[in-house]
Ligand binder design. Structure first.
Ligand SMILES: [Zn+2]
Length: 289
């Protein structure tokens, strides 16, 4: 997967293959196969959404963005890397705000904080070629992923910080994991003969995004001040440790655990997970001997 492949359908093909952190030259390019998205669900996601008014800080036009009604969110636990899980539907699909007029897109946290020089860069790098998107009553995982890609494209064009890009990559990995789980649970229907291939591709793409997230977080940890994307140092170090474990970068895991386990600011759940990871590492080392 090119991290930004798919943006061609929004008129932004030129962004495909762009280098995320500039000094890091390992963006892997692969054509993405579009999967048939037919989501049949008795639960009506539209009832959980409303159109929230925004004024775009880039083109100054007004628009309404699909927004989740907080009262409709039903938490259902958390993955080890702090990805929140939910019953019925995944509110994270709606975390990117997209201006349908000019193509400026960002996570809600960053949407209104763009500086005038950055807005100029977005106008030149995104708006000039952007094809407006149609209004939707709700969006599928695939449509959500495209919005995240656009947000990442915007972050690159506006020369956003490594932390913001890394955080987007992490959330994109979570969106793909959410889609994979929805397919496995049967709430998102795909053609049976394509199911195995789609699941495998989603897993590979998730790994690629986690790799990019890890690179960016390590960069941000050195060069940015906390909080980074709302995360304090312990939380970011924890996410680095868990992600490195998923990616089998055991030296880095060890290094982060040594820092984390002497700190007291982890939540009890995070601390327990660190102890589990330390034990898993020990077993892996023993098995290797
Ligand atoms: Zn706009």
């Amino acid at each position: 997967m090119g991290l930004l492949s798919g943006l061609g359908e929004l008129g932004l093909k030129g962004l495909d293959g762009v280098d995320l952190y500039e000094d890091d030259s390992k963006t892997v390019k692969k054509e993405e196969t579009p999967a048939p998205a037919a989501s049949i669900n008795t639960f009506d996601e539209r009832e959980c959404l409303f159109g929230k008014s925004h004024t775009c800080p880039v083109c100054y036009k007004e628009f309404k963005a699909l927004t989740v009604r907080q009262s409709k969110i039903r938490p259902a636990g958390m993955d080890r890397d702090l990805r929140p899980r939910f019953k019925n539907f995944d509110p994270m699909k709606y975390d990117v705000i997209l201006c349908p007029h000019c193509g400026y897109a960002a996570l809600g946290r960053f949407f209104h904080t763009i500086t005038p020089p950055q807005a100029k860069l977005v106008k030149e790098g995104i708006s000039r070629n952007f094809r407006p998107v149609e209004d939707k009553e709700f969006i599928t995982y695939e449509e959500a992923f495209l919005r995240y890609q656009l947000a990442l494209g915007n972050a690159v064009v506006k020369k956003g910080r490594a932390g913001e890009k890394a955080y987007l990559c992490l959330k994109m990995a979570w969106i793909l994991r959410g889609r994979r789980e929805a397919i496995e649970a049967g709430t998102e229907k795909v053609a049976p003969e394509e199911c195995a291939t789609i699941l495998e591709e989603l897993e590979q793409d998730e790994t690629e995004l986690l790799t990019n997230a890890l690179d960016g977080f390590l960069n941000a940890r050195q060069n940015e001040t906390f909080p980074i994307c709302g995360m304090d140092e312990s939380t970011l170090d924890y996410i680095i440790a868990v992600t490195a474990m998923t990616l089998k970068k055991y030296d880095l895991v060890n290094q982060m655990l040594n820092v984390l386990l002497v700190k007291s600011r982890l939540t009890p759940m995070m601390k327990d997970n660190c102890i589990d990871i330390k034990e898993e590492l020990r077993k892996i080392k023993n098995d290797a001997q």
